[in-house]
Ligand binder design. Structure first.
Ligand code: 13P
Ligand code: SF4
Length: 343
């Protein structure tokens, strides 16, 4: 990959180019030193030129590394924002800088467009946790209960569900169900966190979890608070409920960004993928971000080099069986309708 790209594009580290692209670097200067930017800048320039040539748009999740997030993304956001933006895309080609289920969601919402993922191995432990057979098992166990599946699922699982949700609208989606018992899949912690906020429903769940967020523990938080009581602790709802309860705020990746940008605490600890703190560090210079750093191994598979390769070779195209796609689109569109109705 590297040798072929180096023949087609000028990718050698280039300090002069890095300095000419100082406006982009300024958005990540606190976390990406100039010497590193000199390595990234040739890739960023090549991707942005090729993107225009191919009529492509890059949709990037908030967990992308800073050089992707600030350097080449056309749209950044949490899973809900990316799904909504995918319904509005005019470009014929979408490059999904994120994990596979996100690319599938873009494809399901845009069956006639070309959707590319830079690394097909970029999966998700939650999406791996359940299959349509698991949904059928839950339906058999709780007859008549609607199935609310997290967007972190395959298209097949979405098609077997009644409606999707993301971390930013899960409470509204569950509340909007008429039935008393609501099945949530596949994240047990998201379901337990929602259940705490929607006591009027009997929320039951599948036993999946996120390998990044399950590592945070309430005991670690308590000892951290003892040592640094001034730190605002902000959690993603994929964290265990006792971690969320011990935090100052919990929300989706976009809600976390809004919270830090608005509140500007002197010190903050984000209990989520640690690229998030890196991506917003320059926008909130007064905030001291404190560890720990948990990286999502799947999100980290997406690199500038693979994005360039993806656009250069127009790979890897994401396909979804049309019958599955129709069912999955219904579940995602139902989610978008319900979350805009709740606003
Ligand atoms: P958000 O919808 O909050 O961006 O979360 C997606 C995700 O995969 C978190 O791990
Ligand atoms: Fe999946 Fe967790 Fe990675 Fe998000 S952070 S993509 S939920 S494994």
């Amino acid at each position: 990959m590297r040798a072929t790209l180096a023949e087609a594009y000028d990718l050698a580290p280039d300090l002069a180019l890095a300095e000419r692209m100082a406006d982009i670097h300024a958005r990540m200067a606190r976390v990406v030193p100039l010497a590193d930017w000199a390595l990234h800048a040739p890739y960023v320039a090549a991707i942005n030129a090729l993107k225009a040539e191919r009529g492509a748009v890059i949709l990037a999740h908030n967990y992308m590394r800073p050089e992707i997030y600030h350097g080449v993304a056309d749209v950044v956001g949490d899973s809900l924002q990316l799904a909504i933006e995918a319904t509005r895309v005019e470009a014929q080609v979408i490059v999904q800088a994120g994990v596979h289920f996100m690319a599938e969601t873009s494809k399901v919402l845009n069956p006639a467009k070309t959707v590319l993922i830079p690394d097909t191995q970029a999966g998700c432990s939650l999406a791996d946790a359940i299959t349509p057979a698991g949904i059928a098992e839950m339906r058999a166990r709780y007859p008549g209960a609607p199935v609310v599946s997290y967007v972190n699922t395959t298209a097949e699982v979405k098609a077997a569900s009644d409606v999707c949700c993301t971390s930013s609208n899960a409470v509204q989606i569950v509340r909007a169900q008429e039935a008393d018992t609501v099945i949530m899949t596949p994240d047990r912690y998201l379901a337990q966190n929602v259940a705490a906020q929607v006591p009027e429903k009997n929320v039951v769940w599948w036993d999946g979890s996120c390998i990044v967020h399950e590592r945070f523990t309430a005991a670690d938080l308590r000892s951290f608070r003892e040592h640094a009581p001034d730190t605002r602790i902000i959690a993603h709802p994929e964290c265990p409920p006792d971690v969320v309860a011990a935090s100052d705020f919990a929300g989706s990746t976009a809600a976390i960004i809004d919270y830090v940008s608005t509140e500007r605490p002197a010190a903050a600890m984000l209990l989520t993928e640690c690229s998030m703190a890196a991506n917003i560090a320059d926008a909130v210079p007064g905030v001291d971000f404190r560890g720990p750093c948990n990286l999502c191994p799947y999100m980290q598979m997406i690199t500038l080099e693979k994005i360039l390769w993806s656009l250069h070779t127009m790979t890897h195209e994401v396909t979804v069986d049309p019958a599955v796609s129709e069912g999955a689109r219904r579940a995602v569109e139902r989610m978008i309708e319900l979350s805009s109705a709740a606003k």
